[in-house]
Design a protein around this ligand. Structure first.
Ligand code: G4P
Length: 196
């Protein structure tokens, strides 16, 4: 997605050649017009698949997921990372190991909100090692739901999450895949090379 790549180049800050800070439009301040276009792009790429719901993970997955759900006309369910009184005690849960943060956390979704009738599109903001998405796939599997695809806003192509998920046979659509990055330069994988 050209617009997204342009915004990443303009606003992204590379830290230690490994972490891309995009607080200006995705992780802290949100650009609603860009998010709307991201939602349209995901909806276009996954159209005709009879998607019944979007599944994402709090917090930064919610914005792109909501705009995608809005365009597709389906509800958005977000898995929670913290136990709260708002969540029904009947939940599916999965343990996620974050390599970036070097910690484990539990993600949960109420059994009320996904079930075996669902065709789910999983949306997330970043794909690094793929552990958060793997956790969401586990939640879907526990519910007996079908995962029709995965939509990622920014994939770090130099980490192994994309390969892991594509080797599971799941369709992954990333709107920007970063091939290499440094403080001086961010380069993206070209469209024709994206399926690898
Ligand atoms: P993985 O799911 O692909 O294995 O990623 P990992 O656990 O390593 O990443 C943990 C968190 O860090 C996730 O956010 C993920 O989106 C984010 N992340 C990973 N790499 C980058 C990066 O280069 N830049 C930015 N900005 N974020 C990155 P989270 O902890 O779930 O945070 P949030 O959704 O509450 O904002």
């Amino acid at each position: 997605m050209e617009l997204l790549q342009r915004v990443i180049k303009e606003q992204g800050i590379v830290i230690d050649n490994e972490v891309l800070k995009v607080d200006g439009f995705l992780n802290h301040r949100i650009d609603p017009k860009l998010m709307y276009k991201i939602g349209e792009e995901f909806a276009q790429r996954f159209k005709g698949l009879n998607i019944t719901k979007i599944l994402t993970l709090e917090s930064s997955g919610i914005a792109p997921a909501v705009f995608t759900g809005f365009t597709l006309g389906v509800p958005v369910v977000f898995a929670k990372k913290n136990i709260s009184r708002n969540i029904n005690s009947e939940t599916y849960s999965s343990c996620v190991h974050s390599f970036t943060k070097n910690k484990k956390y539990i993600i949960r979704v109420s059994k009320e909100y996904i079930d075996k009738a669902d065709n789910l599109l999983i949306i997330d903001d970043f794909l690094a090692n793929g552990q958060a998405v793997k956790g969401m796939i586990e939640l879907a599997t526990m519910a007996g739901a079908n995962v029709v695809g995965i939509g990622i806003v920014i994939e770090k192509g130099f980490q192994n999450g994309g390969t892991l998920l594509r080797e599971m046979g799941i369709r992954v659509e990333s709107l920007a895949i970063i091939e290499e990055m440094s403080k001086e330069k961010i380069s993206f994988r070209k469209e024709e090379e994206k399926k690898r």
